[in-house]
Write a protein that binds this ligand. Structure first.
Ligand code: FMN
Length: 332
């Protein structure tokens, strides 16, 4: 079936499907697979060292022929990473958390596009004046760090109403074509999916983490602020794991008194220690206790039953979207 929305038009996509930034999971190989299917993927820059971010993005740009975007989490100063990304030709950016105004000015000055992830109609109403091109409405059932004030089903239409014509992409709780059709019906121009793509063959997330996402039910998830080394007081949704259970069994003690605090559970790719309660989720080549890291996932674990290739995921979205539309048109 053929989709025509503000998102497919502006980014020249075949399907209105965005792969969300997934920490270390959105590798060049992953982004290439998404672009090859006619979708669009974002890579997260937060964990990339400032000295190498340009090289990493240049590799992604070659793999995708420039069809990908870069995500900046504004809880730290990201101006050097933004500059490096612009230098290698990246022109599509996703921003969230923190003050986006100075970043939007730089990106728009370079002729770029801005996606802004927000969680309330009040923020959606400000997007137009700031110069944002696409709002990403993140519902509270999402995986990873959370900004949404309500679940997607009710938040999305209220944000569309508030957005003053800025197109809205729906994030949180969407894993197949039925979710896509529902989001389009609620006024979105596309979907932004995280948890479903964690459990994809090409994502650079750890194999064990993918299997946990597949095995989890909604009742295995918890919203917490526990994994906070490097980013304090920021709610995130994860699959409960050994770090969480130990902390719970210890009576949920405050920072500084948590069990195993300071344990070195692995090393980061640059050789620095990775400690328990750090925000980094397990990546494919990680050695050590991958299970102790935050296993970010959202409510779509109820819909994810296997690790699939990106092509199977996107093909499945198209097939189930078609079936969902036929089912309702048959009712007439
Ligand atoms: C493993 C993981 C890592 C994430 N990292 C980021 C990130 O670095 N930047 C960001 O803007 N969003 C991040 N998110 C949130 C996603 O952008 C998105 O809002 C969310 O995954 C949508 O909900 P879903 O998981 O139900 O599809 C992450 C989500 C997951 C699951």
């Amino acid at each position: 079936m053929s989709f025509k929305t503000a998102l497919t038009k502006v980014l020249d996509l075949r399907v209105p499907v965005v792969a969300a930034p997934l920490g270390r999971g959105t590798s060049a190989e992953f982004l290439e697979a998404v672009a090859d299917c006619g979708g669009f993927g974002f890579t997260a820059l937060m964990h990339m060292p400032e000295e190498t971010v340009g090289d990493e993005l240049a590799k992604m740009s070659r793999a995708t022929k420039g069809r990908f975007g870069a995500n900046l989490t504004l809880v730290v100063d990201q101006r050097k990473r933004l500059g490096a990304a612009l230098d290698v030709g990246v022109r599509v950016f996703s921003l969230w958390q923190g003050d986006i105004d100075p970043y939007v000015r730089i990106i728009k000055g370079a002729g770029g596009l801005v996606f802004w992830t927000v969680g309330s109609p009040e923020d959606a109403a400000r997007a137009k004046d700031i110069g944002v091109d696409f709002i990403v409405c993140q519902g509270r059932e999402a995986g990873g760090h959370l900004v949404g004030s309500a679940p997607t089903m009710s938040l999305l239409p209220s944000m569309v109403d508030a957005a003053r014509g800025v197109p809205v992409v729906a994030a949180g709780g969407i894993a197949d074509g039925r979710g896509l059709v529902a989001a389009l019906a609620l006024g979105a121009c596309g979907v932004w999916m995280g948890t479903r793509f964690v459990a994809s063959k090409e994502s650079a997330n750890h194999r064990g983490y993918k299997e946990r996402v597949v095995a989890a039910r909604g009742t295995d998830l918890v919203e917490t602020t526990l994994f906070d080394a490097g980013w304090h007081d920021s709610p995130h949704q994860v699959v409960r794991n050994s770090t969480y259970f130990r902390w719970e069994e210890a009576g949920r003690p405050p920072n500084g008194q948590r069990p195993g605090e300071g344990d070195r559970i692995s090393s980061l790719p640059n050789g620095k220690p990775l400690h328990r309660y750090d925000i980094a989720a397990a990546w494919d080549t990680m050695e050590g206790d991958w299970e102790a890291t935050p296993l970010y996932a959202g409510a779509t674990v109820e819909l994810i039953h296997d690790v699939k290739s990106v092509a199977e995921i996107v093909g499945g979205i198209e097939a189930t979207a078609q079936a969902a539309i036929e089912a309702v048109t048959d009712l007439r």
